[in-house]
Design a protein around this ligand. Structure first.
Ligand code: 0O2
Length: 206
């Protein structure tokens, strides 16, 4: 890590690690409490990760910035990343609301790639949050990205991500078209499953 004091860089990474720990605990409390209150658990599974140093460097380079702690803090928003996977479309929006109503984070930005999918076909709901971490001398806020998506969206995104890594260069146009078509099919399936879920709920809510 050129020109930077390695201790400062280690200290920066440590803060991201603290933020991941804090967010893990906060999300567990929020979602468990929701389940206790409503009897409904909208979560299938949660994954979390700290972006690797090589991925941080690659993303900075792709964005056209040199490595510095300042540039990392300013331009890399997903060093702390969470992925919450749920069954139904309505679960995604329930989880978004649970997180947004929490007083424990500040919401920086939200992007609804479900209503407005990316050109690739990628869909998911992204929340950028600021997580408070309590250090010996002060409190700091660290950025984290929470992706919320259905099992079907997760299936598509995971396979598409794998294909991207397998191909040395850009994905050929015909493959992009096929992936887009798979994403449309997955969208239809999510809508159908939601419809079935709504019918079942009508029976069980009676
Ligand atoms: P990884 O390996 O998952 O960490 P920003 O982060 O806001 O500065 P970016 O990356 O353009 O800039 O933001 P965006 O588009 O919201 O994407 C953030 C993350 O969403 C990505 O992180 C992926 O995890 C996921 N994502 C976005 N677009 C796609 C897509 O087309 N296909 C798949 N499979 N995932 C996508 P990283 O750092 O790119 O990757």
């Amino acid at each position: 890590m050129n020109q930077e004091n390695p201790r400062d860089w280690e200290g920066t990474l440590l803060k991201y690690r603290f933020a991941k720990t804090m967010l893990e605990a906060e999300l567990e409390i929020l979602l468990k409490e929701h389940e206790h209150r409503t009897g409904n658990n909208p979560v299938e599974h949660i994954k979390s990760r700290l972006k690797s140093e090589s991925s941080i460097l690659k993303k900075l380079k792709d964005k056209g910035y040199e490595f510095s702690i300042e540039n990392v803090e300013k331009h890399i928003h997903d060093i702390v990343g969470f992925r919450i996977v749920c069954s139904f479309l309505s679960d995604v929006y329930d989880i978004v609301n649970i997180i947004k109503e929490s007083k424990n984070f500040k919401i920086l930005e939200e992007i609804d790639y479900i209503k407005n999918p990316k050109d690739s076909g990628y869909s998911s709901y992204h929340l950028m949050v600021l997580v408070p971490i309590h250090l010996e001398q002060k409190q700091e806020y660290i950025e984290a990205e929470i992706q919320i998506r259905t099992l079907a969206m997760d299936f598509w995104a995971s396979l598409e991500h794998k294909l991207q890594y397998k191909l040395p260069n850009d994905i050929p146009v015909y493959l992009k078209r096929e992936l887009l078509s798979c994403s449309d099919e997955i969208k239809m399936m999510d809508t159908k499953m939601q419809h079935l879920y709504d019918i079942v709920k009508k029976y069980t809510d009676k």
